[in-house]
Design a protein around this ligand. Structure first.
Ligand code: CKX
Length: 609
């Protein structure tokens, strides 16, 4: 059965064309909690008794009005009747889940098809052998949203005295769960293109696209490249080859231009499959302390973000994404980090089109016991835990899938392999050695790889400074320490650390990937007080003074674009309020301050041009 596994190993975004079919199964699905994990035993693989109607894509949590349901942790089911047309005959048929948070098992007509772990990346279940064509088929998905130390993102699941389970994240975002992204019914030819990749050489006169097409078919491969007007500007044959473009229009930051690559498979001269995608001609390098796009230095201005909005939680929402991109353009941003997980593919397509750079982050977050300190600290080095081997397998699997999924997006600048891990103990070193070795050859473009260094992991204390190609610093003087009137000491401490970086023999760029102050919109005070809109601006001003004093700082991405939901706790007033915009995407006063600064900083800031 050659074809079956091929479909499951492909992460290409679904398309409809003469050879392929893509139908979104979004809408209402039957839904039910399964606290005793008895779904299979009770026949839920073939339908639910007394279900709730649940929108897809969405997180289930915030639709509910009772707390037990909102906080539900354990197994739960989604079921939908799906008509599979007769004309799918002879094709491979699949169900592609954009994200099922955090682990899922898929059944069709009662038959178990496959399981998947990882709530922020897509997977396809090959259902070819289980479907009835020309009829309705029952699709059932059992999902589990428990958190564990050996899973991503890391946390615990505890059982309360009343028997209910509760998620205890080691991370600061709500454990929104469910079918958070679209589900697609797809049909593709048996002989198909299951992946492709590109690398680039560019100059103003000429660009060369080196491509590789992945197929298991014994077929001829034809590739062409068309410009935005649809004119074919280059063609090639073979599963690897070059497309040469004279006088190319390069993909530039905030000035994107996309070409369409079209791949065709031919058997005996007849096309049997085709796949088209939009790509941008551009290069990315790190040289000394410069970040270069198309050989020219760029200065990053942008945010850490979350996929988070009212009602639908962590569901991808094209409307929210449109608003967020407009806010980023309005404020003069050119980049963001997909903190703390890979986002829906449509976010990358948007960024490709808008010329936004993305640091793409795997959901390796919570790898530090003390990171959960505000949730009740646990005093142990994370990498000394007996969960590490199992965790690593899942971690590297998700790094592989993230790079496989996102490698062809011009917007992707770099890979962030972890957020705020505890790298100040020696036990982190073997883990990071393996992580960086095992991921070295995954990206044909060899984009820079990095991870964020949290407050405790400084120039002096981190044992893992040799690994990143450039540094992401998350720093909170003025908020988590040296706050309020003490902020001037916070600035002095920050400068003291940066002086150490400056005086070292490390010559790599530093990007500030987090800094900020929780701010209650509408709270004003003169002189300022913490949580006021005035204090948020003062904190940003302090950081910006520091950024402007060090040449090797090549980017600023305050935390966070918008307020977002977290677990409840005595450090959070209905979520994290470090947003420059509110959760409903309206500006705090800091947004006007940043807009002024960022619109006056050129893309080439600090390069002397
Ligand atoms: N960094 C002291 C990770 C983010 C959090 C941010 C915060 C922390 C700070 C670590 O996910 O939201 O607490 O605001």
């Amino acid at each position: 059965m050659k074809g079956l596994l091929i479909m499951e190993k492909s992460l290409l975004y679904p398309v409809t064309n003469a050879y392929r079919e893509d139908q979104k199964l979004d809408g209402l699905w039957d839904f039910k909690f399964d606290p005793a994990s008895e779904g299979e035993k009770n026949g839920w693989t073939e339908g639910l008794a007394d279900p709730i109607e649940m929108p897809v894509p969405a997180s289930f949590n915030d639709f509910f009005t009772d707390k037990d349901a909102r906080e539900y942790t354990g197994d739960f089911w989604y079921v939908k009747k799906v008509f599979i047309p007769k004309y799918f005959e002879g094709k491979q048929i699949g169900l592609r889940f954009g994200a099922a948070t955090h682990r899922a098992t898929v059944y069709v007509n009662g038959q178990k098809i496959r399981s998947h772990e990882g709530g922020f990346l897509p997977f396809t279940a090959d259902i070819t052998g289980a479907t009835k064509l020309g009829e309705e088929n029952v699709v059932a998905v059992k999902i589990n949203n428990e958190l564990h130390r050996d899973a991503l993102p890391a946390g615990d699941t505890m059982t309360l005295k009343n028997g209910k389970k509760m998620a205890k994240p080691f991370f600061d975002f709500y454990n929104y769960s469910g079918l958070n992204r679209s589900v697609h019914l797809i049909a593709i030819p048996k002989d198909n293109v299951y992946d492709y990749s590109t690398t680039y050489e560019v100059s103003d006169e000429q660009a060369t696209v080196h491509y590789t097409v992945q197929t298991d078919a014994q077929a001829d491969v034809k590739v062409s490249l068309a410009d935005e007007a649809g004119n074919v500007v280059a063609t090639a044959t073979g599963s690897t080859g070059d497309l040469v473009v004279k006088n190319p229009t390069l993909w530039q930051v905030r000035d994107a231009y996309l070409y369409t690559i079209k791949i065709q498979l031919l058997e005996n001269g007849t096309v049997v499959d085709a796949y088209s995608d939009e790509i941008g001609l551009r290069t990315i390098e790190i040289q000394g302390h410069q970040i270069l796009v198309n050989h020219k230095p760029v200065y990053l201005k942008g945010f850490g973000r979350h996929e988070d909005s009212i009602y639908a939680g962590r569901a991808f929402d094209l409307n929210v994404e449109r608003r967020d991109l407009n806010l980023m353009k309005w404020i003069g941003a050119n980049s963001y980090r997909s903190s703390h997980y890979p986002y829906d593919e449509q976010a990358y397509k948007f960024a490709d089109r808008e010329g936004i750079l993305i640091t793409d982050e795997v959901p390796a977050v919570g790898f530090k016991m003390a990171a959960a300190s505000f949730l009740g600290g646990l005093d142990q080095s994370f990498f000394d835990g007996d969960w590490i081997d199992e965790l690593y397998k899942k971690h590297i699997d998700q790094v592989k899938d993230m790079i496989k999924r996102d490698k062809n997006h011009p917007s992707v600048l770099a890979w962030s392999l972890c957020n705020e891990p505890d790298t100040s103990s020696e036990s982190a070193v073997p883990y990071f050695t393996k992580l960086f070795n095992d991921s070295a050859d995954l990206d044909p473009e060899k984009r820079p790889r990095t991870f964020t260094l949290n407050e405790d992991d400084t120039f002096e204390t981190s044992k893992c400074l040799k690994f990143p190609d450039f540094y992401l610093l998350n720093r909170y003087p003025g908020w988590y320490h040296k706050w309020g009137y003490e902020i001037s000491d916070g600035e002095a401490g920050l400068r003291a650390e940066l002086d150490e970086w400056k005086n070292s023999d490390i010559d790599k760029p530093i990007v500030f990937s987090e800094y900020g102050a929780d701010t209650e919109p509408g709270l004003h005070k003169l002189p300022s007080i913490m949580w006021s809109e005035e204090y948020q601006i003062e904190l940003l001003e302090m950081f910006n003074r520091v950024f402007d004093s060090y040449d090797f700082i090549r980017g600023e991405q305050p935390w966070n674009l918008a307020d977002f939901q977290t677990v409840e706790g005595n450090m959070r007033v209905n979520g994290n309020k470090k947003g420059i915009f509110t959760r409903d995407r309206q500006p705090k006063a800091a947004a006007f301050y940043l807009r002024k600064r960022w619109n006056s900083l050129p893309l080439s800031y600090k390069s002397g041009k």
